[in-house]
Design a binder for this molecule. Structure first.
Ligand code: NAD
Length: 493
């Protein structure tokens, strides 16, 4: 078993507590690595190192163009190490190697995009309406950033959060999920190799209530960028208020995937499957509510079930596997509980509906791809995030009915629309209350495209040019060149 260490101030170091915990391979159900169990003392060391890096030394002095160059170097290093990093992720989260390799290979684009953006952060000169004043705004790094990530795509979230943060000139302390820390801890060596000064990028591993909470409480952390569940997000939002931290929250969803009878049904069936069974449903953007126009519902469900039935469960490292294990025992239990809840609420199961019976699968954490029909929009299975391969099919009559049902949720992360009618696509895109709307596609992301949720799905956006603003503060400077008698000191200038 490999024993990992935190990465603080440019060095791998043992946890202050002297404690480690095991990381479990979800496919085999076996411990394979020892992860340092951080606490507030490690967080304090890392935050001090990050604060120092922002205050003095090479990072504080570095020009934005140079920061950008380091980011380009890191992009190349990630590319060269993609296979190794992807395999580490699979070992920890059990998602398909094909998916994780795709993510790690795409990951450098965030560093290249924000590396190029680093020296294009500009202030403005205001044509101010006061005499003899030169007034301008500048953008400054917000301060030390705490980046707390979820277990489903650890390295992708690092790119989404740290690339804009470092482009802005911040320093970061990353807290990976306790279930999937290894790839982030190994990634730190590449950041060092790229030439980032000590203290700019730190990783403190451990549990949420210890490391995550200490990061949120730390008075010298200016901002928390978080990806995880809405319950944890809400806790962090409230806790961050005590030190008036800025927050970006990327949370969960119950995304509607909406199929009209004028859609290309082959595409739509594949899109529905991709929306819910890819990544074993463990994705924030899962299209877990399939809204199908009543005129085609029965035929559509039949085709969907036929395709879902072909999904091969197995070793996530192998290229012909479609469905990997569920990442954690708690998540496995939760998915099975939701399946029971759906059945007890009266939803009818037409595919799967329980743990996989295949004895050749080790580890025991496999759930059958599951489809429920006769789902009432008020049922819990239609309203709560399962984070597993469990689909609720709900019928609708027309556009108005589809919009009403799609928006009847506390979430607002994403939505899919399948239609051959461009006018309908435009109307639906406008009416859907979600951060992302995909038309005739699903689960597409890019470094260029802002991503994030509304309502309980979060606050703020990642990716795209605007995301760098979340790591910047605006300073307004007024310089008077007035001469002669001072202005009346008792009134506002
Ligand atoms: P989680 O909320 O349990 O944990 C996320 C992170 O928060 C982990 O690193 C955890 O250790 C930490 N944490 C836990 N308690 C904490 C606390 N009190 N203070 C500070 N940090 C704490 O989420 P998860 O189970 O790892 O991930 C699944 C969830 O993430 C799902 O709800 C999913 O929808 C969401 N998610 C959202 C996005 C997005 O971009 N919107 C992407 C992926 C996953």
């Amino acid at each position: 078993m490999k024993t990992y260490q935190h990465f603080i101030d440019g060095q791998y170091v043992d946890p202050v507590s002297g404690r480690w915990f095991d990381s479990i391979d979800p496919y085999r159900g076996e411990a394979w690595a020892r992860i340092p169990q951080g606490d507030a003392a490690d967080v304090d060391r890392a935050v001090k190192a990050a604060s120092r890096a922002m205050r003095e030394g090479p990072w504080a002095e570095m020009k934005a163009t140079q920061r950008g160059r380091l980011m380009l170097k890191l992009a190349d290093l990630v590319e060269q190490n993609a296979q190794r990093l992807a395999e580490l992720e699979v070992r920890d989260n059990g998602k398909l190697l094909a998916e994780m390799l795709g993510q790690v290979n795409y990951h450098p684009q965030w560093w290249r995009y924000y590396g190029g953006l680093a020296d294009k952060v500009e202030g403005r000169v205001m044509p101010i309406d006061k005499p003899d004043v030169f007034a301008f705004s500048t953008k400054e790094p917000i301060g030390v950033v705490g980046a707390i990530t979820a277990w489903n795509s650890p390295l992708l979230f690092i790119a989404w959060k740290c690339a804009p943060a470092l482009a802005a000139g911040c320093a970061v302390v990353v807290k990976p999920s306790e279930f999937t820390s290894a790839s982030t801890l190994e990634y730190a060596a590449l950041v060092r190799e790229a030439g980032f000064p000590d203290g700019v990028f730190n990783v403190v591993a451990g549990y949420g209530h210890e490391v995550g909470s200490a990061l949120v409480d730390h008075p010298d952390v200016a901002k928390i960028t978080f990806t995880g569940s809405d319950a944890t997000g809400a806790r962090i939002y409230a806790q961050a208020a005590k030190t008036m931290k800025r927050v970006t929250l990327e949370l969960g969803g119950k995304s509607p995937n909406i199929v009209f009878d004028d859609a290309d049904l082959d595409q739509a069936v594949a899109g529905a499957v991709s929306g819910i069974f890819a990544a074993t449903g463990q994705t924030c953007i899962a299209g877990s509510r399939l809204l199908v126009q009543n005129s085609i519902k029965d035929e559509f469900v039949e085709r969907l079930v036929a395709l879902g039935r072909t999904a091969r469960k197995g070793n996530p490292m192998e290229s012909d596997t479609n469905i990997g294990p569920v990442t954690t025992p708690a998540q496995y239990k939760k998915i099975l509980e939701y399946i029971d809840i759906a059945k007890s609420e009266g939803a009818r199961c037409v595919l799967g509906g329980g743990p996989a019976e295949d004895k050749s699968l080790p580890g025991g954490q496999f759930v059958e791809p599951t489809v429920f029909v006769d789902v009432d929009p008020q049922m819990r299975i239609a309203r709560e995030e399962v984070f597993g391969p469990v689909l609720s099919v709900i019928g609708f009559d027309d556009e108005a009915d589809a919009i009403a049902k799609a928006n009847d949720t506390i979430y607002g992360l994403a939505a899919g629309v399948w239609t051959g009618n461009i006018g309908r696509a435009m109307r639906m895109s406008k009416a859907l209350k979600a951060g992302t709307v995909w038309v005739n596609t699903y689960r597409a992301v890019s470094y260029m495209m802002p991503f994030g949720g509304i309502k309980h799905s979060g606050i703020g956006r990642e990716s795209g040019i605007e995301s760098i603003e979340q790591y910047l503060e605006t300073k307004s400077t007024w310089i008077s060149y007035a001469q002669g008698a001072p202005a009346n000191p008792f009134i506002m200038r």
